[in-house]
Design a protein around this ligand. Structure first.
Ligand code: SAH
Ligand code: MG
Length: 196
């Protein structure tokens, strides 16, 4: 598995795939262990890097991961196989905003790491699949340090993307159902749990 992980890191550089930062995935793996998380739903598999590392956190955690890009989905399947993780990881080839999961599926952890402009939509759709003690973690909450600085950016795609992440941060801060903590690790993580 170690070599496959290294190969994936190189592939991500060569093909410009935005895989998670090492410090962030280390944080999530620690969280999975500490909270004894058994099931994870990931939105945005890319090539399977974070899914494989999350699945390797403990012997019994299983991961379902969703990816809409066919090339990345195929690459993800290949990597899951190479790591002999087929029993622990289910890869779903679909747009997460179109997918209809069965209502009785529930997860201990939902990891949002797909299109940054759609974070609020993912959160609102997938919170219904979270266990009562479950957690939603979101990656790239700082987006290279631009979040909070959108007013300084020129009009364009970057500005509008950053504004969307800023509005997601506000959405989390003002959420009546969830408490959220923000962590300055890697590209920024948020950790949301149901209010008690
Ligand atoms: N979690 C991965 C990186 C994911 S990059 C890792 O750290 O290793 C984000 C991925 O989300 C991209 O591959 C992109 O194709 C996918 N994506 C974006 N929007 C999506 C959507 N609506 N449904 C499914 N996948 C999506
Ligand atoms: Mg990310």
């Amino acid at each position: 598995m170690k070599q496959t992980i290294l190969d994936m890191e190189q592939y991500a550089i060569d093909y410009n795939v935005p895989i998670i930062e090492k410090k962030s995935i280390a944080f999530i793996m620690k969280y999975i262990k500490a909270k004894n998380i058994k099931s994870v739903l990931e939105i945005g598999s890319a090539i399977g890097y974070s899914a494989i590392l999350m699945a390797s956190s403990t012997p019994d955690v299983v991961v379902t991961t969703i990816e809409r890009d066919e090339t990345r989905y195929m690459e993800c399947l290949k990597n899951v196989k190479k790591c002999e993780m087929e029993k622990k990881i289910t890869v779903v080839f679909q747009d997460a905003l179109e997918l209809n999961l069965s209502d009785d599926l529930k997860y201990d952890l939902i990891f949002i790491d797909a299109a940054k402009g759609q974070y609020t939509k993912f959160f609102e759709k997938y919170k219904h699949f979270l266990n009562p003690n479950g957690t939603i973690i979101t990656d790239n909450i700082k987006f290279h340090g631009y979040v909070g600085e959108s007013s300084k950016l020129d009009k364009g795609n970057l500005k509008s993307l950053v504004e969307k992440i800023e509005s997601y941060v506000d959405f989390l801060k003002n959420n009546s159902e969830f408490d959220t903590k923000f962590y300055d690790v890697g590209d920024g993580l948020s950790v949301s749990t149901w209010k008690k």
